[in-house]
Design a protein around this ligand. Structure first.
Ligand code: FMN
Length: 470
């Protein structure tokens, strides 16, 4: 039984929002979602985006597998004109799981085949692909690298929750060395090379991932880090601002995007009744980014806003806003109805989480009205996601509406919205958290189960779910 999502119509959702004091808007006229948008000199056919959704199904060498190809075929066929390809590691030691994609010279041809698969499916479904924008998210998992955590800073809140040695159960202590400035310099070269490969094999844009507390997000918060990449705002943002300038210089026509956390917040944990509660913190909580240090369950957008300005001036073309930490505060990243098996019950009405995404995204979009901005956190709204998205786009509160979990259950949402058809009620993401549960399942020979949507993409992911449960 759904505890929160009980809406038969827009009025009942809006009444709930009003009773919670949330200014969520819905509009039945979806035409704002069908207007083209300009990104980096290209025309993008509609305002519908598929968010980066890792399938954890690459081969051991980091090339895409048959399941990866299937996902991008479905995404291409789906009708959304912005397909934001998933996390792909720029160096093997930066993989978050042993089946994460890796970009390098050896894997380039297969990644190119992934682009072709997505584009071909789009061409066949939509009678044209010139206005499809397909990107790849370049990542280093930092603290969450699966081989060994790689820390940009010591974080009193995350260190005790970061396991350095699984066999001995030791966590990140102050004696664990940080990634050095020289290593970060070399990593910057790896990003430049990876971007070149991605453009060469046909991706329209690359995303410099700075979210969900992976390495470049952690670096933005590294107030206590010594050296040229830590401490002051200028130092903490140096890596990414320099990187964008280098990319602009090396690839003058390549589209540069960033997925950015604008609010990290504090970790949450299971309270006595299973509901999430914030971890104990000592103010000022200086190790989080975009966060009010005195009241770290609230955002403070002053620095994120300033960074967006710096990135734009250096050559950024496209921005995707997100929040939180999927391991430590999943309700911030993806408002959910049902907790993942290892996680806490939502500490707030999911509509509050949806509204947080909308509000913070709107604040950034309104500060930079000329910069195309993608909003996140829509899937919990089920079919109302598009009415909310249309209202946000019409109000100048976002340029694109990004669908994450809902794109696994119903990747063809874009074609349906474009054709004025309702979504298929039998394949609406209900935020059951099966996709997260699979992502967290590691007990097979590969050390990682592939993820997808077991309830609504049953033929493929039903048997995988059965195996993972065993
Ligand atoms: C299975 C799964 C895989 C994900 N993979 C990525 C990823 O590769 N990169 C990323 O930035 N976010 C990733 N996310 C987060 C989503 O892109 C999205 O921000 C989140 O699910 C909230 O949006 P939604 O409410 O539409 O699902 C993933 C989420 C899930 C559940």
């Amino acid at each position: 039984m759904s505890r929160y999502f009980k809406y038969k119509n827009a009025e009942s959702l809006l009444a709930d929002a009003r009773s919670l004091g949330l200014p969520i808007r819905l509009q039945s006229d979806l035409s704002p979602l069908l207007a083209p948008a300009r990104v980096g000199g290209r025309s993008v056919g509609n305002r519908l985006a598929i968010q980066p959704m890792e399938g954890c199904d690459g081969n051991a060498d980091g090339t895409p597998s048959d399941l990866t190809f299937r996902r991008y075929e479905r995404f291409g066929d789906g009708g959304a004109k912005l397909v934001w390809g998933e996390a792909c590691a720029v160096v093997p030691e930066g993989r978050a799981n042993p089946r994460q994609l890796v970009i390098n010279e050896a894997n380039a041809a297969e990644l190119g085949r992934l682009v072709d698969t997505c584009r071909r499916a789009h061409r066949e479904a939509m009678r044209g692909e010139d206005d499809l924008l397909l990107g790849l998210q370049l990542t280093h998992s930092g603290r969450y690298s699966c081989a060994k955590p790689i820390l940009a800073q010591h974080d009193p809140l995350l260190d005790p929750r970061t396991v350095m040695d699984r066999t001995q159960g030791t966590v990140a202590s102050p004696s664990v060395p940080l990634i050095s400035d020289a290593e970060l310099d070399r990593l910057q070269d790896a990003y430049v090379a990876a971007a070149g490969l991605a453009y060469r094999v046909g991706f329209d844009f690359i995303d410099i991932k700075q979210c969900h507390r992976y390495l470049l997000n952690e670096l933005l918060a590294a107030r206590g880090r010594p050296g040229m990449y830590g401490g002051s705002f200028e130092n903490r943002t140096r890596f990414v601002v320099q990187l964008i300038a280098r990319l602009r210089d090396a690839y003058p026509t390549g589209i540069i995007a960033a997925r950015l956390n604008v609010f990290d917040g504090v970790p949450f944990q299971k309270g006595p009744d299973g509901t999430g509660i914030p971890a104990t913190f000592q103010a000022p909580a200086a190790s989080a980014w975009g966060t009010d240090a005195e009241a770290p369950v609230e955002a403070d957008l002053a620095e994120p806003k300033a960074l967006v300005g710096l990135m734009r001036d250096a050559g950024l073309d496209l921005l995707n806003i997100t929040l939180g930490n999927p391991y430590a505060s999943p309700h911030l990243v993806r408002p959910f109805e049902y907790a993942p098996p290892d996680g806490y019950e939502t500490p707030e009405h999911p509509l509050i989480g949806v509204d947080r995404h909308f509000r913070l995204t709107a604040e950034i979009q309104r500060a930079y009205p000329g910069l195309p901005v993608v909003g996140s956190g829509y899937s919990w709204l089920q079919a109302f996601a598009f009415q909310a998205g249309a209202a946000n786009v019409a109000a100048g509160a976002a340029t694109f509406v990004g669908i994450g979990r809902g794109s696994l259950s119903q990747p063809d949402f874009g074609r349906r919205v474009a054709a004025g058809q309702p979504l298929d009620p039998k394949r609406l993401c209900r935020t059951f958290s099966y996709c997260t549960a699979l992502m967290r399942s590691k007990h097979n020979e590969a050390g990682q189960f592939p993820t997808g949507c077991p309830p609504f993409d049953k033929d493929v992911y039903g048997p995988i779910w059965d195996q993972a449960k065993r």
